[in-house]
Structure formats: C-alpha cells, structure tokens
Design a protein. Structure first.
Length: 502
C-alpha cells in the first residue's frame, strides 16, 4: 500500500531516491529553511534538491493562472489588435526610454558591485531601436498572415474530407539570462495566439520591470489584449524559474542562456512532462579547408569575434598543411577584433598544436578583461582536446580555442565528439569539400563564412525566442531557431458531405 500526504517539513539526513537506483541526502540548511507550504523538487539527472518557498510558488502560480485565462481569451482576439499591441509596445519603448535607461544603469551598477558580467546586461539606443524594429516586424507579419487567409491543407475522401488547421499552442514559460532586450523577443508568442510568463535573471530585473511598466503593460491595455497575456515574475529568486517550469499547464518551456543552470531548468521542465526549447552551451566552430582564401579566412575570424554571444567563434580548426600560414593569420584577425575593444585576444591551444604558434606566445602575458576586472594572463595556454566543448565567456577580451588538424574530416570528428553541436562553419573554395562537410557535421546551423549569422532576426527577419543546439539530440519537426511563428499546434477538422458538423 502507498501512503501519500502533504510535505510540511524536512529532516536532515533523510535519503531521497532519484534516477531509479541512486539517492541524495537532505542537508541541514535545507531542512531548516523548509516551511509548510514550500515545495521540493528532485532533479533526476543529478539528484539536486530544489527548494521553492511558498511565496515564490504562489507568485508564479498567480502569473500562470492569468496566462491560462488570457490564452482562452486570445482565441477570439482579432489580428489588428495584436498588430496594434506590437506597434504600441515599440512606440512605448522609444517614449519611455529615459526611464528604462535609468533602470538599466542601476542594474549595471549593482551587477558591477557584485563582480558580475555586464556585457549582455547593458542596453543603449541601438538596442532599443533593434527591439522596436523587431516588434514592428511582428505587427507586419501578423497583418500579412491575416490578409493571406490561405486555405488549410485538405485530405479528401469520397464523401468527406479532413482539414489540417493551425491552432495556438497555449502558455509558454520563458526563462532567460540577463539580457533585457529579450523581453521584446518573447512578445512574439502573441503573434500566433499564445500567452507567456517570463522570468529574467536577477541582474536585469530592474530594466525588465521598467520595460513592462512603461511600455509592455500600457501596450496591452491600449490594444485591448487580455490582462496576463504576457507577465513578468518579479522575483530575483532562482527558485522562481524552478516553480515556473514545474507547472504542468505550460505548453512549452523556453530557456535561454548557457551552462549548468540552463541544463537544470530544462531537466525540471522535462520531468514535468513539458516540451523544452533549451540552448545549453554556445560557441561556434570555424574550420579552414586547405583551399581557404587567406584574406577571407581572416575576415571571417574578425567578424565572428565582434562581441561575445552564443554564436561567437569559440573554436578554430586549421589544417596542418596550411597551419604555418593560417595560424598567424587567425591570431592577427582575432587581435584586430580585440583591438576594437581595447584588448588583445586570448588563445587556448590544444596540446600538440602549439608548434605552429609564433615564438614567445606561450610565455607572453596580456591584460584580460574579466567580469571582476582586468587581470594578467598568458596570451596562449595549452588545452586538452576533450576540453574543446568549453564555451569561453569573455567580456572585452576575445577568447577562443585553436586546434591544428590533419584534415577537415578530423575537425568534423572533433566537432561531433566534443562540441555542443551548435554552429559549424567551413571556409574554403572546394565545392566537394563543402558538400562532405555539410553531410558529416552534426550541427543544426552550418555555414561557409562568419558564424554570427545564427540569429532569428538577422537570418529569418523574425525576433527569436530561443536557439537550440543538438547537444541533447536533434529537434523534431523544426529548426534550431524558435520564433513566435513556430508556436502552433495542428487540429484535424473532419467534414462530411451530408453533415458538416457531425
């Protein structure tokens, strides 16, 4: 017989089974902190015990409640009202920018005082204009979709037929890192009739709150969209993300960022039975074919290191037959990108490849801009091949790994074995080599030039909700860029010749 009940307390030392044949132990601090009404989740991947205080759980539940109600109301909202929301949101960003910028400055100062990175946290008028452009783009797409009114695909039988009809997906849970501009991207869920609950990293919460209060919420009101169609959980607690992704009413969980926190959030959602769009580890790979043009290779490197985001060049693979020429070219181009940011590039060289470095690079010391400040580090240091999957999170000092390979096939094998299977690019002039590379490399994003093209708004003219790599396997039925236009499901509607509504 199985006995169930309400969990109201924890006892230190209690064994908690997970994963079928393992257990973890409740530690004293967790037992002391846990109160009646709190929640505890066990991550079956690694046994982590996630404590969600009752107040955080209640706040998230309230937001999801509102989103569920709003999702039902969105089914009857006219397209012109959705388009009006996007334009009002864009206009509100511009009109209220002084207040938003002031909130951002406070967020940046707080993050700097805590020794945290502010590279992605800072917003300026260029970012504002990109956000507004994306929102107006959604307005245009919504109106275009409404005007097209194309007939749905139909399967016809002798005396009846079935239409394949697109429908909204539902409530989208969205957890993203400290990039306030992603708030505008997330608004894309409304384009296909969905609603969203958002949780942003604590460092960017002030900026996000200012955007919601001064631009997003007023746009919802003036356009007549339902309250709760998009809401922000205003909590700095990491547990808010756990609570959100544990709610089984979500139709999709989207998590943006990198590292262990993203993997953990994705695991929480999967355990709840919710589909996940997650980008766990970033960093693009660039491979030089023996036929690579030297000047083009240099330009690709330079333009792939302009700033640190997930699609920034992270690993460069150079063939041994061209290494004496291309390794110095690679370093020079990386230094040009670094010079634009007032620094010199930092390089990690796979053991065995250091023989192609210019003399003195392993002994040379440079100033490296880290989140905690400027520190002295080697210009080049050695790296084991099995560390090629590590993503370098840099501030103003471009940082990358270098490996010299026998040929493109070896570079592809290293990519497939060690990378997060994200972005792969081959620079060369050999058409046969390109086709072989495309067939062999296990990546959702493959190119023949700079790596930074992997962006929904840049590549597809649609603000992205998330980018997915193939770190945990290929994706079913969609590309690695997730946009608001992808958030649909399919209904099968049958009609007979004698009774249209049977």
């Amino acid at each position: 017989m199985t006995t169930t009940g309400q969990l109201t307390q924890l006892t230190a030392g209690t064994l908690v089974p997970f994963g079928g044949d393992r257990f973890t132990t409740v530690h004293e601090a967790l037992a002391a902190a846990f109160q009646p009404g709190d929640r505890l989740y066990v991550v079956h991947d690694d046994g982590a015990l996630l404590h969600v205080p009752a107040a955080v759980s209640a706040a998230v539940t309230t937001s999801v409640d509102a989103a569920v109600t709003a999702a039902a109301a969105m089914r009857t909202v006219a397209a012109d009202r959705v388009a009006a929301f996007y334009r009002a949101f864009a206009d509100g960003l511009v009109a209220a920018w002084d207040a938003i910028a002031a909130a951002n400055a406070a967020d940046v100062a707080r993050a700097e005082s805590l020794g945290r990175s502010t590279t992605r946290l800072k917003v300026d008028e260029k970012v504002r204009d990109q956000m507004a452009e994306g929102l107006r783009g959604w307005a245009d797409l919504v109106e275009k979709a409404a005007s097209d009114q194309a007939a749905p695909p139909r399967v016809t039988h002798p005396d009846w037929h079935v239409d394949v009809v697109t429908a909204p997906l539902g409530v989208i849970g969205f957890v993203f890192e400290g990039r306030p501009n992603v708030l505008a991207d997330a608004a894309g869920v409304l384009a296909t009739g969905n609603t969203a609950v958002l949780r942003i990293g604590g460092d960017a919460l002030g900026t996000a709150t200012a955007i919601v209060e001064n631009a997003l919420d007023p746009a919802l009101r003036t356009s007549g969209l339902p309250v709760g169609a998009i809401s922000l959980v205003t909590s700095r607690e990491r547990s808010a993300g756990w609570a959100l992704f544990s709610d089984r009413r979500l139709s999709l969980a989207v998590v943006r960022g990198s590292g262990a926190a993203v993997a953990q959030l994705a695991a929480v959602a999967r355990q709840a039975g919710t589909p996940v769009s997650a980008h766990g580890t970033g960093g693009a790979w660039l491979v030089a074919d023996p036929s690579a043009d030297t000047e083009r290779f240099a330009a690709v490197v330079r333009h792939s290191l302009d700033r640190k985001v997930c699609n920034t060049l992270n690993v460069a693979a150079v063939p041994a037959s061209r290494a004496a020429e291309l390794v110095p070219v690679l370093l020079g181009a990386a230094d040009e990108a670094a010079a634009a940011r007032g620094s010199v590039a930092r390089v990690h060289v796979v053991r065995g490849s250091e023989q192609w470095l210019p003399a003195g690079e392993l002994e040379r010391t440079i100033d490296v801009h880290r989140a905690e400040g400027v520190v002295a580090e080697p210009r080049a240091s050695l790296l084991d091949a099995d560390e090629l999957g590590r993503e370098w999170e840099w501030e103003n000092t471009p940082e990358l790994s270098l490996v010299v390979v026998e040929d493109v096939a070896e570079a592809v094998a290293l990519f497939n074995a060690h990378s997060p299977r994200f972005v792969a690019s081959l620079v060369g002039q050999d058409a046969d080599a390109w086709r072989e590379f495309l067939d062999a490399v296990d990546a959702p994003f493959v190119g023949d030039g700079f790596t930074r093209w992997v962006d929904g708004q840049y590549a597809l003219n649609q603000p992205e909700l998330g980018l997915s790599n193939w770190e945990h396997g290929r994706l079913l039925g969609r590309a690695g860029v997730l946009t608001g236009a992808d958030l649909t499901t399919r209904r099968l509607v049958a009609s007979t010749a004698t009774d249209q509504h049977r």
